[in-house]
Design a protein around this ligand. Structure first.
Ligand SMILES: Cc1cc2nc3c(=O)[nH]c(=O)nc-3n(C[C@H](O)[C@H](O)[C@H](O)COP(=O)(O)OP(=O)(O)OC[C@H]3O[C@@H](n4cnc5c(N)ncnc54)[C@H](O)[C@@H]3O)c2cc1C
Length: 297
């Protein structure tokens, strides 16, 4: 059942630090180990501090680090900086043209006001099972650059989450960018979200699908089906994916994959929905998303 949220109170006294480089931010994190929190857009963390769900003596605000605000394409794929806002990503012609599955997700995430300050990296680091940016990024096999004072490593978004609100990030580590590999062509992806209210609501179920097709666009060479809000972390529906691979996607096959994805999901009953209803919606959205991918391709 839903966790009761504490009431919003005035922020306690917190010192805000504004590093201008990643190195400076990492040094601050090390110096204030355990008593500092990193902030990008602040749309998640400020409410947690106000509710006293979290405590901090220092906030390290990454927004002033100019080197973390970018969207660029290179031979490895598309790179998005950690402080790039959701609206900047949404309005990027590169993203719109190459990765419409991301545009699908960000256009139904919160409101324009929130998206003007919130970031995609913050959405991932907050690690709620309903985070709208997670299923598309997993479907696209995106990775995160994670850095501390000694070294950097790449972590796939799929392996990033360890539970509700928890990630593989160790103390002293920051995420500096998202790398989205160029998807194989021909192919297409789609993200669909079911929510209680028409806007400004967290996903009851989110489904991201990416299909890679053969040159004639008739046989499915690879499929990734990612479900949000139906397990402690965003999850792949691998059995449903396997049903599609190497086959011509007719209606029977799509129905079967959708049913299997629904069976694979592991939702709970909570304030937004019963588990049973969520399972039904997984089937409906998976079917629609596969068809939409085929239309797009
Ligand atoms: C009214 C409202 C509606 C919303 N609707 C939705 C919705 O529909 N769908 C949805 O998915 N979310 C929704 N959200 C949640 C929120 O807006 C997103 O999760 C947002 O993308 C978080 O980004 P941020 O930059 O504000 O993160 P912040 O609040 O700055 O940070 C979030 C967490 O990530 C950590 N963090 C931030 N940056 C880094 C970094 N570079 N390295 C390491 N850790 C970091 C912070 O320490 C914190 O723990 C909503 C929020 C509000 C207030």
């Amino acid at each position: 059942m839903c966790k009761k949220q504490g009431r919003l109170r005035r922020l306690p006294e917190i010192e805000c630090l504004f590093p201008s480089t990643v190195q400076e931010a990492l040094s601050m994190l090390e110096k204030h180990n355990g008593s500092a929190r990193v902030i990008s857009g602040g749309t998640d963390i400020i409410n947690k501090l106000k509710r006293r769900d979290l405590t901090a003596h220092y906030i390290i605000d990454l927004k002033a680090i100019a080197g973390l605000n970018f969207i660029r394409n290179d031979p490895e794929g598309l790179r998005i900086g950690a402080v790039t806002t959701l609206n900047d990503i949404l309005e990027s012609p590169l993203v719109c043209e190459l990765y419409p599955i991301i545009t699908d997700a960000l256009s139904v995430l919160a409101s324009p006001q929130i998206r003007n300050t919130a970031t995609m990296v913050g959405n991932l680091c907050n690690a709620v099972p309903s985070a709208d940016s997670a299923p598309p990024l997993i479907a696209l096999q995106a990775k995160l650059k994670v850095i501390n004072l000694e070294k950097e490593r790449m972590v796939s978004v799929e392996d990033f989450f360890t539970g509700p609100g928890a990630t593989v990030l160790a103390p002293g580590e920051l995420v500096t960018e998202i790398l989205i590999p160029s998807p194989p062509a021909p192919g297409a992806g789609t993200y669909l979200k079911h929510q209680l209210r028409a806007e400004m609501d967290l996903a009851m179920v989110g489904v991201g699908v990416y299909l890679a097709l053969d040159a004639k666009k008739s046989v499915c060479k690879d499929a990734r089906i990612v479900l949000g809000a139906v397990a402690p972390v965003p999850m792949r529906a691998r059995k449903a994916e396997d049903i599609l691979k190497g086959k011509v996607l007719d209606n029977n096959l799509i129905e079967t994959a959708a049913r299997i994805a629904s069976e694979e999901s592991k939702p709970i009953d909570d304030i937004r929905s019963s588990a049973e209803y969520r399972k039904t919606i997984v089937g409906v959205l998976t079917k629609r998303a596969i068809r939409q991918c085929l239309d797009r391709a």
